[in-house]
Design a protein. Structure first.
Length: 359
């Protein structure tokens, strides 16, 4: 694989963030020269992302976002080596805006288009800030739509150890927050609310069961690495209903939030510990929007510290959310591997992570 330094424009429109960025460098040392993220706050009015509105907002924002990214980097389109764009997975209408614009822009300027899988972008995000965040490592990807536990022996090779069987972690945070009367997106408001309460001790009504975390589980058991959060969401709903019946929800909401967050964080930390020990990894990469959660970062840093020389690599909040810099960084790898999109490239709502496998 070529180690030649390149400069790519990245475009990300998989959900409700219109983002463009310029990244330059090599596969193992990408550098963010510019990053523009236009957030669609209108979705807060509806308590969730409305696909049609998201697509229309992307149409309005993509041209100025790309121009702003190029201006910030001080780069002309002719000085680029290619355009990396998210083509899957995500909202089809939103993705079509990005892929269509990338193909048109690339054709006009004679540039190759590099298709990038959104989740692979999240794997590369920490590398933009931490040069040591390169394989081999254990990876935990947690967002509103995905929850994956991976072993990464090399870029492009992703062993799937576990995944959620129902709600993604970010989705569970949003649903729990909504039950508690918090705004969308619910991750940050719920974390702030939880910070104001002590940890509910065992046998406390708000000490919720840690889902799919059997003490006697063994490697090879189907639930050893997998995740599930639908039952935890139900436990929160019942706790909220009980508190409302007693007129105590306002007083008990922080405790319920803390109990929910503790259950999620302890479950994820335990699964990660199992993965790191099983594969003998010292490096741990955290990606996705839920990576912004401070309690989760603290718990995973402690897990990594149990291993000699162990370290956690987590992106800053700006790179944890959906952004084009991570797409361009992954694009540098894919471009070096000789990958180019055909003119027939289109958006895909679902698509397996390229290079994923089960041992």
């Amino acid at each position: 694989m070529s180690a030649r330094a390149v400069r790519l424009l990245g475009i990300e429109t998989s959900c409700d963030e219109t983002s463009a960025a310029v990244v330059e460098g090599t596969v193992d040392a990408p550098r963010c020269a510019s990053l523009v993220i236009l957030s669609q706050d209108v979705h807060r009015l509806f308590g969730g992302v409305v696909p049609e509105i998201a697509s229309r907002q992307h149409l309005t924002g993509i041209v100025p976002a790309v121009q702003a990214a190029l201006d910030e980097a001080g780069v002309a389109l002719g000085a680029l080596d290619g355009i990396a764009v998210t083509h899957a997975p995500g909202l089809v209408g939103a993705l079509l805006v990005g892929t269509s614009y990338a193909k048109a822009l690339a054709a006009t300027h004679g540039l190759p288009v590099v298709p990038v899988h959104h989740l692979e972008g999240h794997l590369f995000a920490p590398l933009l800030e931490h040069p040591a965040a390169s394989p081999p490592f254990t990876a935990l990807l947690v967002s509103g739509g995905h929850s994956l536990l991976l072993d990464v022996p090399a870029w492009g090779r992703y062993e799937l150890l576990g995944q959620t069987r129902d709600d993604a972690v970010g989705e569970a945070f949003d649903k729990a927050a909504k039950l508690l009367g918090l705004p969308y997106p619910g991750g940050a408001p719920l974390e702030r609310l939880a910070t104001g309460a002590p940890a509910p001790p065992p046998r406390h009504p708000h000490h919720f069961a840690r889902p799919m975390l059997r003490a006697k589980a063994q490697p090879g058991d189907e639930d050893y690495y997998d995740l599930s959060f639908s039952g935890l969401k139900t436990a929160v709903r019942l706790a909220v209903r009980d508190a409302e019946a007693r007129g105590a929800l306002a007083a008990e909401a922080p405790s319920i939030a803390r109990g929910f967050q503790d259950a999620v964080v302890e479950t994820l930390a335990a699964k990660v510990r199992r993965a790191m020990r099983a594969r003998g990894r010292a490096r741990l990469v955290l990606g996705g929007g839920v990576a912004c959660n401070g309690a989760l970062q603290q718990a995973l840093a402690a897990v990594a510290a149990e291993v000699p020389g162990g370290a956690l690599f987590a992106p800053s909040p700006r790179l944890a959310t959906d952004n084009a810099a991570m797409i361009a960084a992954a694009g540098v790898f894919r471009l070096a591997a000789g990958e180019r999109a055909a003119p027939t490239l289109t958006a895909r709502a679902t698509l397996p992570l390229p290079g994923i496998f089960r041992a």
